[in-house]
Design a protein around this ligand. Structure first.
Ligand SMILES: [Fe+2]
Ligand SMILES: [Fe+2]
Length: 282
């Protein structure tokens, strides 16, 4: 049993209408279905690619002034890999979300990326893994490329993701002569296709400021990692000494899930998708 990919990123939003306009009308994701809780709207599931979603939660509390800050411990930013960054950038520009001068930049690995902020100020990166010719101009979203966290103790977090969860540390890069960013590989590519870029967790070194991170806090609220056998994976985690935040259960969506936290208290949902779940059918 093992982690097989990033299933979804989950964000608590302050204004659902604005969030849907940004992620669906501008970025081109698709509103898939909604789940309610105790008779109230709870989550809007937005599809990025097959088996790849962003969960937008109602009911967020704005419990801090700034959503994104690079040295704020915890959720940092997320990134969706795309096949035609320029076309996507132009659509987002046409919807009024970015300024004329905001254009893609070439990355160190030969791809192109740009950073924008969603209506709640969540940092959102879009990345076209290079080279250009890989996609022949086709224009679609490949899926979640990575989710980043700023860590109070990056080596400790890296040890959790590798020793505890069984993922692989692929590299640590420096900035200004100091370790800056450690990459944990989750899956080879978001759409399972060679050349579409990796699926990773990015661990930023040197997180300093704490911020509220309750179930109601706005911004990134949890990361879902898909797993081929949640019950047995959880038992193995327990044997290795990992506290289980929420024990294995079958959700209303038929998927088997369990929850844990990383060393900085970032919530991780482990999910085993049921073939009849709304996610599998979306
Ligand atoms: Fe990134
Ligand atoms: Fe979730």
């Amino acid at each position: 049993m093992k982690i097989t990919g990033i299933g979804h990123n989950a964000i608590k939003v302050l204004d659902m209408e604005k969030a849907l306009d940004f992620y669906c009308s501008a970025v081109g994701m698709t509103k898939a279905f909604e789940l309610s809780k105790d008779g109230l709207p709870n989550i809007v599931y937005v599809k990025i690619a097959p088996n790849n979603f962003v969960e937008l939660f109602y009911g967020a509390v704005k419990d801090r002034d700034i959503n994104y800050a690079p040295d704020q411990i915890g959720y940092h930013h997320w990134c969706v890999n795309v096949t035609n960054l320029q076309a996507l950038r132009d659509r987002i520009f046409a919807r009024g979300y970015i300024k004329e001068e905001q254009q893609p930049k070439v990355t160190k690995t030969g791809g192109k990326n740009m950073w924008i902020h969603d209506p709640d100020g969540n940092a959102f990166e879009i990345l076209q893994p290079g080279p250009d010719s890989a996609y022949n101009g086709e224009d679609r979203l490949l899926g979640i490329g990575h989710v980043g966290y700023a860590c109070s103790n990056a080596p400790g977090s890296a040890a959790f993701y590798t020793d505890m969860l069984g993922l692989k540390l692929i590299r640590t890069i420096d900035r200004d002569g100091k370790p800056w960013l450690s990459y944990i590989a989750v899956q080879d590519s978001p759409d399972g296709r060679e050349g579409s870029g990796g699926q990773e967790i990015e661990l930023f070194w040197g997180g300093k400021k704490t911020r509220p991170n309750t179930w109601q806090s706005y911004g990134g609220t949890h990361l879902c990692l898909t797993c081929d056998d949640v019950p047995n994976f959880v038992e193995e985690l327990r044997r290795k000494g990992q506290p289980i935040l929420i024990e294995t259960k079958v959700g209303g969506d038929k998927n088997t899930q369990a929850w844990i936290e990383d060393p900085d208290g970032n919530r991780i949902e482990l999910m085993q998708m049921h073939p009849d779940s709304p996610q599998a059918k979306a």
